[in-house]
Design a protein around this ligand. Structure first.
Ligand SMILES: [Zn+2]
Length: 304
């Protein structure tokens, strides 16, 4: 059984598996950190699967699970679910900026929560475990994961996401660059995606070039993205970003599928036109291995 939320006594924080994953890669959570179930009256010990895997796809993603189902309390709705909860659908929320202190090193209650034996439940109302809450995401990678799952489940057009104060569907938000007329799209902020190749630069950054092009008059323009070493060093989840990119370069010669939340940019009057995506927040880019293309192809074939 895959569980989405848990409490970690080390930080006295209720968190999603995606958040635990970020904290682990920001060196703020140990590989063997303890997690407990959020269910009513339940203190089942949970582990977070795939915490240390840099790659993510439909089979590999962080989630919590208990060692045994019997570890959960009788009263635990997480383990012994109630049907009505799933009926409430709220849009996912993608936050363009993280709140200040999102990667704080200390527990909110101040000193050494790790050594405090009692876990104070955050919002310890009865059945707090199952009150449906919108999922808030900060890293585009979390949205990409949802995109892949909705595409697999064939509900992209129904699944909604709130982004920049507007609610849209996953289907409308994610746009493949392939053969779209870029001149008409310079004002369109979307999650642009396509196959790409990536290489490390001498300066310690990365250079990414889409292999699928936009269309511009009679030309095909392959957009590029530059990630500078300086920006990467300032990014809290840099270890994950570098591990993911370096793995792709090592294992598939840099061939990848790139996702970026941005507007395409073209110079006003360059002799030779070109397209770039500027990523000023590294939370807004995600790069996946080519196996997701296979997954997407396989999933779209189902039932067709
Ligand atoms: Zn439980």
């Amino acid at each position: 059984m895959s569980i989405e939320e848990a409490i970690t006594p080390a930080r006295d924080e209720r968190l999603t598996a995606e958040r635990a994953y970020e904290l682990y890669w920001a060196d703020l959570l140990d590989r063997d950190a303890a997690f407990t179930c959020v269910g009513t009256g339940c203190s089942a010990a949970l582990i977070c699967a795939c915490l240390d895997k840099p790659e993510q796809n439909l089979r590999i993603r962080p989630y919590f699970r208990s060692y045994r189902l019997e570890d959960h309390a009788e009263t635990c709705e997480v383990a012994h679910g109630r049907g009505e909860v799933k009926a409430v659908k709220q849009p996912d929320v993608f936050e363009a900026e993280r709140p200040a202190g999102h990667f704080r090193t200390e527990a909110p209650s101040g000193r050494s929560a790790a050594t405090t034996p009692t876990v104070r439940r955050v919002a310890a109302a009865p059945a707090a475990g199952l009150i449906p809450r919108a999922s808030h995401y900060y890293r585009l990678s979390s949205l990409v994961q949802k995109f892949l799952e909705h595409r697999r489940d064939k509900d992209l057009a129904d699944a909604t996401v709130e982004i920049g104060g507007e609610t849209t569907t996953y289907e409308a938000l994610f746009r493949n660059v392939y053969r779209q007329k870029v001149a008409d799209l310079l004002g369109t902020r979307a999650v642009w995606w396509g196959t790409a190749s990536i290489r490390a630069t001498k300066e310690g950054g990365y250079y990414l070039r889409f292999s699928r092009p936009f269309r511009h008059e009679d030309a095909e323009l392959r957009p590029t993205i530059t990630l500078t070493a300086k920006d990467i060093e300032a990014y809290p989840v840099r270890k994950l970003l570098r591990a993911r990119l370096d793995k792709l370069i090592a294992e598939s010669d840099g061939y990848c599928v790139a996702f970026v939340w941005a507007k395409p940019w073209m110079p006003k009057d360059a002799g030779k036109p070109f397209v770039r995506f500027y990523v000023n927040n590294l939370d807004h880019i995600d790069v996946r291995g080519p196996e997701i293309l296979e997954e997407l192809k396989n999933t779209s074939r189902v039932g067709s």
